[in-house]
Ligand binder design. Structure first.
Ligand code: 6PG
Length: 513
């Protein structure tokens, strides 16, 4: 065999933006790739980019024109990575691989944002044909190229084969500072630091964790969006002034990738008009579904995640543009308010604390959701490890993930981040400004669904008494649904004979099983 006919280490299917960049990342880390896409243009594109970036004359990427050719180019047992849209395309590729003769020992890794239940079903469906492993990828195109966060799950055997590859291509974190180690140039590799790739659990667990990552991403983005809206429409600041404020906040506990890119988006001018681009972007948000899945799952599991759900609603409301334009002519809001320079500074400082506090609540919701889902599905999730792999590479990466890691290292059984001493202390310190900030926005007529739902979550979760006693009385009135009493032993059920004149309270005997 000549040197360039050496069999490839990894087969790669799907050469869209994410796929192409993952291929080049794998190649930088010394893996030879057999690459296939239904579009031959995309195959040629990755080969060309590899030629431009590769310092040696031995090609690192071999282009394939069929599934059969792809399998024939791989070292057995085959390792194949898919980067195709979630849903039917994943099954289509799996069927094509079966048709091309994939073997039972071969491993297929789905890196898309598949619905976690589909992954569980697929692992079973294809178990006699090949090993389906899943590993969601976060970090967008730059992450895929220079180090994403990876959330692998499925067969433990498959993980032993994938682990060194995944640890090589993932983002890395300085173990001493918890900060990302930057990798920015083609050809550059980082072999030190904590890799942002850790085994999550059995089939489905990794995609569930990625789904919650995206739910948090939605809420995080919505909170930043609400702050921008308050500053732009409430205080009338320019987008450059808002960028300056966010840039300053980015130096403190709000330091995050999402804050960093927000500054860039705010500073961007339109190349044709020369004016602020963000002012020209239509205010209708898109969504591909992972935030919705998180909200639905939180309702099914019975775990409160109101700020994540609110962020999904906010995107839906944004899409009612025509309605909003009409309603704006008909429905009134408060009178405009003006602020002195001193009042404006205090207002902005309060807003900082509101974002920070709401953000703590969003992560509290996301982590508790994962905890309750894990219990329901018998997964053993390591929350410190999940927080660790989110410290770099992924879209929600932030300095904030370091104290979350530490909270779960202090107490691996922590039910909710609100009960961690550090986060409880932060919330106790900032809740006053948070309340005022939500009130500031409300008085200005600026919608702050995420900031305020997080505050209600905080107040509900810390309330020893909630009005559910009255609700239970109502349920018993119209449906004889019974209630428990605070002055009687737990578990005993009572009912009021509402339709009799005496309205006697009677104890309901336990149902015999
Ligand atoms: C990531 C992102 C990625 C993608 C989302 C966007 O972690 O890299 O979350 O998965 O950008 O799918 O989702 P929406 O289109 O729903 O905003």
């Amino acid at each position: 065999m000549t040197r360039d006919t050496v069999l490839c280490d990894i087969g790669f299917i799907g050469l869209g933006v994410m796929g192409k960049n993952l291929v080049l990342n794998l190649a930088d880390n010394g893996y030879k790739i057999a690459a296939f896409d239904l579009s031959s243009e995309k195959v040629n594109d990755v080969i060309l980019q590899d030629q431009q970036e590769n310092n040696s004359d031995i090609p690192r990427v071999h282009g394939c024109s069929s599934y059969t050719e792809l399998l024939s180019q791989l070292k057995p047992p085959h390792l194949i990575v898919l980067s195709v849209p979630a849903g039917a395309p994943v099954d289509q590729v799996c069927e094509n691989l079966i048709g091309a003769g994939i073997g039972a020992d071969d491993i297929v890794i789905d890196t898309g944002n598949s619905l976690w239940m589909d992954t569980v079903a697929r692992e079973q469906k294809y178990k006699n044909n090949f090993i389906l492993f899943s590993s969601a990828v976060s970090g967008g195109e730059v992450g895929a190229r220079f180090g994403p966060a990876l959330m692998p799950s499925g067969s433990a055997y498959a993980w032993t084969r994938i682990k060194p590859i995944w640890e090589a291509i993932s983002a890395k974190v300085d173990p001493h500072t918890g900060k990302p180690l930057e990798r920015t140039k083609p050809g550059q590799v980082i072999n030190e630091g904590d890799p942002c790739a850790a085994y999550i659990g059995p089939a489905g667990a990794g995609h569930y964790v990625k789904m919650v990552h995206n739910g948090i991403e939605y809420a995080d983005m919505q909170i930043i969006g609400e702050a921008y809206h308050i500053l732009r429409s409430g205080l009338g600041l320019s987008t450059d002034d808002i960028a300056d404020i966010f840039e300053k906040w980015h130096q403190g506990p709000l330091d995050s990738y999402l804050m960093e890119i927000t500054v860039e988006v705010l500073r961007q001018k339109s190349s044709d008009t020369g004016t602020s681009l963000v002012d020209l972007i239509l205010d209708k948000a898109g969504q591909k579904g992972t935030g919705l899945w998180t909200a639905v799952s939180s309702l099914e599991v019975g775990c409160p995640a109101p700020t994540i759900s609110q962020a999904v609603y906010a995107r839906s409301i944004s899409s009612f543009k025509d309605f909003r334009v009409q309603a704006a002519q008909k429905l009134s809001g408060p009178q405009a308010v003006s602020f002195t320079a001193e009042e404006q500074t205090a207002f902005i400082d309060r807003l900082h604390d509101a974002i920070y506090s709401a953000k703590i609540c969003v992560y509290a919701q996301g982590f508790q959701l994962m905890k309750l889902a894990a219990k329901e599905h018998n997964w053993t999730l390591n929350f410190a490890s999940i927080a660790k792999i989110w410290r770099a590479g992924c879209i929600i990466r932030a300095v904030f993930l370091q104290p979350i890691t530490e909270a779960f290292e202090r107490n691996e059984d922590l039910d909710n981040l609100l009960l961690d001493d550090f986060f409880a202390g932060q919330l106790n310190e900032h809740q006053g400004n948070w309340r005022k900030s939500v009130a500031d926005a409300t008085l200005l007529g600026i919608p702050v669904g995420a900031l305020s739902s997080a505050l209600s979550y905080y107040d509900s979760m810390r309330a020893e008494v909630l009005p559910a006693n009255l609700l239970q009385g109502q349920r018993d009135f119209f449906g004889a649904h019974t209630f428990e009493r605070v002055d009687k032993p737990a578990g005993k059920k009572y009912h009021v004979q509402w339709s009799s004149p005496e309205r006697k309270t009677v104890e309901i005997p336990p149902v015999q099983k």
